[in-house]
Design a protein around this ligand. Structure first.
Ligand code: PHE
Length: 458
């Protein structure tokens, strides 16, 4: 750690910058592409209620825990655990986060690449001439090199923002893009819920059917909450290490969780009513797979007035949401290489991006050339997707709350979140109680029950 004290650490420069960057990390393909998909596969309304419950009782406490670990230690995810708990094995939790960054970014950059292809298809007006959108998607996603080119381009975009640093890269970009994203999403929601037939989708989304809920459903909701909030792998520990000492961490955590959950709900309002409006009998006619957003929505855009413009907006906003998230995942690895392996930011960015892209290529090819390589019936892409949210992030979140509740302890945690006692709040006690007792037990029970009772299912 000694070397770091002499170097002035890059940091966010304003409160809005912190929110834009952290909400930028949270709001992503997880909200717009993954949430409606997972919700459709796991019972709609019941899933939504479980999801919101998890954001409140687990999400916000873990968010706050991560920010406080990072801001206290002023280091990357691995170094932060080492600094707070020296000479222990806790830094392995940081290492787990670095591994999660690889598995997440590998499959995430596949989908992020698709958004670029679809953006160009939207701009060129191609949807108007396509009669079979499912075929359009499978032809593209199984193509031997087209999706790879987009994926690599997306990794280059991500790397160039991270390369530019915290203030000049990440903060600057997210401050501009996040407000644009919100406006575009609202515009598309208004269009989607006003489509004829949309009300069935709203019914599906908001009226819970508890008979569809199993332990796996509960684990999927928890995994989705962790994935969507970017918790459990150190992205927010890393961002936390760039937050100014006078920032009110609890308020920031609540604002980020609210923004993310609000956008997850808006995204479902964008996608699910459109699915029902398009397929007359809703989901029974349409089996939701990773192409949900890329097959159903272009059809909707094609058949609605002004659809051309909305399709351009939608795929642009999807790419933007993805980019503000991929930079946070890459930053986890870059900060680690930079501080632990003493690399320059440039070298760290290049090495991390190339290594992640190598794994990412396998995820992309698992829709074509490598589609027959499976494990437990999952393709490489599906395996990385499931493993990231339901195993690595869930387990990571569990270890993080145990760390704060039992190792970092009450006094260091209070010191950090109260800015050394300058902010007083009665709620801190409740949050610490949740972190110490409730969150670990809840996460532990769900993870164990899903594994032993339901087994590994999709
Ligand atoms: N939260 C991001 C999304 O919803 C994905 C992500 C996961 C980003 C973990 C960082 C860390 O798309």
């Amino acid at each position: 750690m000694s070397g770091n004290s002499t170097i002035i650490r890059d940091s966010f420069s304003s409160k809005f910058g912190v929110i834009a960057a952290a909400a930028g990390s949270a709001v992503g393909l997880g909200n717009i592409w993954r949430f409606p998909l997972v919700a459709c596969q796991n019972g709609g309304g019941a899933f939504l209620i479980l999801y919101i419950g998890f954001v409140l009782i687990i999400g916000i406490p873990v968010l706050l825990s991560e920010f406080s670990i990072g801001r206290r230690a002023q280091l990357n995810a691995f170094g932060s655990f080492r600094a707070i708990a020296p000479k222990t094995k806790w830094s392995l939790v940081g290492l787990l986060g670095i591994i999660a960054a690889f598995t997440i970014l590998a499959f995430y950059s596949t989908v992020a690449g698709w958004t670029l292809e679809y953006f160009t298809q939207a701009v060129s007006g191609k949807f108007a001439n396509v009669s079979d959108m499912s075929k359009n998607f499978s032809d593209f996603s199984s193509h031997p090199y087209r999706p790879l080119i987009w994926q690599l381009l997306f990794m280059i975009l991500t790397a160039s923002v991270v390369f530019a640093g915290i203030k000049k890269g990440i903060e600057k970009l997210t401050k501009i893009l996040m407000p644009i994203l919100v406006i575009l999403i609202i515009a598309v929601v208004v269009r989607s819920v006003s489509l004829p037939g949309a009300s069935q989708g709203l019914h599906y989304l908001f009226v819970p059917d508890w008979s569809a809920v199993t332990f796996t459903t509960v684990l999927m909701a928890l995994g989705q909450a962790a994935f969507s909030l970017s918790i459990g792998m150190g992205a927010l520990i890393t961002y936390g290490s760039y937050i100014q000492k006078d920032n009110h961490l609890l308020n920031t955590s609540i604002q980020v969780a609210m923004a993310d959950t609000g956008i997850a709900i808006l995204s479902s309002l964008m996608v699910i009513p459109a699915v029902f409006a398009f397929t007359s009998s809703g989901l029974s006619e349409f089996s939701p797979g990773p192409g949900l957003v890329f097959e159903v929505l272009p059809n909707v855009f094609k058949s609605m007035p002004g659809g051309g413009a909305f399709s351009i907006m939608f795929f642009f906003l999807l790419a933007v949401a993805a980019l503000t998230s991929t930079i946070s995942v890459l930053e986890v690895v870059v900060a680690f290489f930079k501080e632990e392996l003493k690399m320059s930011r440039g070298k760290a960015t290049i090495i991390a991006s190339v290594a992640i892209a190598a794994l990412g290529v396998l995820a992309t090819l698992s829709f074509g050339l490598l589609k027959d390589i499976t494990l437990f019936n999952f393709t490489i892409f599906e395996m990385l997707n499931y493993l990231s949210a339901n195993v690595l992030l869930t387990f990571g979140a569990l270890l993080i709350v145990i760390f704060v509740g039992w190792k970092m302890g009450k006094s260091q945690f209070y010191d950090e979140i109260s800015n050394n006692g300058t902010i007083k709040s009665g709620i801190y006690k409740i949050i610490f109680f949740i972190i110490r007792y409730i969150a670990p037990v809840a996460i532990g029970i769900i993870a164990i029950a899903a594994f032993f009772v339901d087994g590994i299912t999709g």
